[in-house]
Design a protein. Sequence first.
Length: 399
Amino acid sequence: MLVLLLLIHAQYFSVPQVDAPELARFGSHDVGVRTIEITNPEQPDILKLDAATGQAPLTDRKLKIEIWYPAQLKANEQANTVYVSPMVGRATRPEMPKTFDIPGKALRDAQPKQGGSYPLVIVSHGYPGSRIFLSYLTENLASKGYIVAAIDHTDSVFGEVRGFPSTLINRSPDQLFTIKELTNLSKQVDHFLSKIIDTDKVAIVGYSMGGYGAMASGGAAYSTKSNMLKMIPSTMMPKAEAPASLKAIVAIAPWGAQPPVEAWEAEAVKNFKLPSLFIVGDNDDISGYEQGVKKLYNWATNSNRCMVTYQNARHNVGGNPAPANVPLDFQGRESFEEPVWRKDRITAINQHFITAFLDLNLKADESKASYLKPDEKGAWKGFQRRWFLGLNIDCQKAN
């Protein structure tokens, strides 16, 4: 009964408010969702590093994946579900519930829509985070004709955080292995993903540490001079080699360029050649702005790229709004919300620009290019009249 009441009064994060820009709207497809687990048997376990040899044993690294997809609903079916998310924060607090519910506009285990294939979007959360943390975006993109796979990155999920070195080394390999594994599953006759993924058209959306991994997955080699990365043997760091199927990167407040981390050098970022969309707050106090995300954006000179900057925003420009009817403490609240911006406003703007960017680069929809540049009066296409304040958008062509 409680679940039913929650759905009746649901305000889905994936369905924007009336003041949202045009491309944020929920799409025409019904959405299904399924959970699978994949296992990478070739990933070293950094937490078991042998001090004498500097080597780490291979381990079966298990990744839980939430997959949203266009669905074919039966006459008596409705696209409703409830996601159970672990409580935000790096550690549990006795006074807080261990989990909370998020209403979802998707049907669990629905029949995939047949008759076509869809581009694949990998979604990679921050440290810590969860595969549900960007459900406002995952459902929204699936409704527009994408297969969206969000990863629970082992060792950096809310309530299950282990040592930070594991995240440093595993983030990009997790992303690339997920692409490889889902591509293989789509070729199996009896799998629900069979023939519905366009395996030549893939993008990664990475938030915070997910963005750190996405930069490497897209070709930006990590610096051997970084003090932070020196804690890991150089032979274990991911190699900067983007697969041919990877066509675009969305980096939301990507962590790592800021001092004293400095995970990249300018010359190495020139190897990052994929079209890219950066999203950041100009007061980001986690990833940095001038010496962090903006610097990384400026270094990516061989990428056709855009950067959306929220004025007076900090780091929380990537995840869901705070859940309704959950008595959050301040640690919980500040994990979702921004001190100045309405969070549902941020999520709608993200839906708008990410849709334009992915439609342009994965679906070759040239009509979406006009949404990524201002008109002659400085207004942005698709925004309500007088309703595009607080944003800076810059786009640069690759050299």
